[in-house]
Design a protein around this ligand. Structure first.
Ligand code: PBE
Length: 301
């Protein structure tokens, strides 16, 4: 009897040791920090709760705290996007801090936009989580609700980040990423271009045409970098957000132009950051800082 327990005990110790070893090994790569490679857009990014202009006017809802008095007109709902989005975390805080009685429903960017479109066409009231740059704010007449507690923060930047070590391994890539920065009008223009051509061409084709029509931008981004075959494969991680789709697709073409092969991988935000930290993903172009992606930056950066 005793020997049996001793044996089980010994096996348990070995298993625990192996498990600890694995854990430490995983911890080792995890401890390496992801690295900033550039600023895709400086101080031009905002997010918040948005209603159609007709809603703001007819219900006199202009501030987040006005929502409670009209919960039923909004079907008691705030329509959000994916659970992993930073704006989703911030909106949970908003519900809490403003004591909102509406329930916050998460979905996806596509589902939120479909709900907004349906409501807008019949002038129904709706409140959604939304942000800029986004093509939709140029198509519908929308209003950001005032956020006096600044839970959504102030204007943010969108940055590009790389997996640990990539910058040191590839100075050419580091140079391109440092130069890969949009003016706000350029960025909004790109998103509008992709959206307005979505029925006629793929996002990749739209990005390619947009680059052809904006040779100055291309020159700026690839300044000092020549084509050289076999620069290797770069995997860009992105979430299915219009802004990330735009900046990732343009970058893919730029990198291909100078000799990289590029894969775009669309994933959830949490998986994207974890993939970057563990080195499965090489680059991202959609880090919203300092606030929206604070939860991910605190963990990995
Ligand atoms: N967004 C757009 C993202 C970042 C890009 C505002 C939806 C987010 O909330 O994480």
């Amino acid at each position: 009897m005793k020997t049996k327990y001793l044996k089980i005990g010994a096996i348990a110790i070995v298993i625990a040791f192996l498990a600890t070893g694995t854990y430490l090994f995983a911890g080792e790569s995890y401890d390496e920090k992801i690295e900033k490679t550039g600023t895709v857009l400086e101080d031009g990014a905002i997010s918040g709760l948005v209603v159609p202009a007709y809603t703001a006017e007819s219900l006199n809802v202009t501030s987040i705290s006005d929502l409670n008095g009209h919960a039923s007109e909004f079907d008691n709902e705030i329509i959000g996007i994916d659970p992993g989005a930073g704006i989703t975390e911030l909106t949970k805080k908003v519900v809490d801090e403003y004591g909102l009685s509406l329930s916050f429903v998460t979905s996806s960017e596509a589902a939120m936009l479909a709900a907004l479109d349906t409501a807008y066409r019949s002038e129904d009231h709706i409140v959604v989580t939304l942000w800029d740059p986004h093509w939709v704010t140029g198509v519908y007449d929308l209003v950001y609700l005032d956020d006096p507690k600044l839970v959504y923060g102030e204007a943010e930047s969108i940055e590009s980040w790389a997996r640990p070590g990539l910058i040191a391994e590839d100075p050419t890539l580091a140079k391109i990423m440092e130069q890969y920065s949009f003016e706000i009008d350029e960025f909004s223009g790109l998103l509008a271009y992709i959206e307005s051509n979505k029925d006629g061409m793929s996002v990749g084709e739209a990005a390619r045409n947009w680059i052809d029509e904006n040779p100055d931008a291309k020159e700026r981004w690839l300044d000092g970098v020549e084509y050289q075959g076999g620069r290797g494969n770069i995997e860009i991680g992105l979430v299915s957000w219009a802004c990330a789709i735009g900046s990732s697709n343009v970058l893919k073409i730029l990198l291909e132009n100078v000799g990289y092969s590029v894969t775009l991988t669309t994933i959830d935000a949490g998986v994207m950051y974890a993939g970057l930290a563990y080195g499965n993903i090489d680059l991202i172009t959609t880090a919203w800082v300092p606030l929206t992606h604070a939860q991910y930056m605190e963990k990995y950066a």
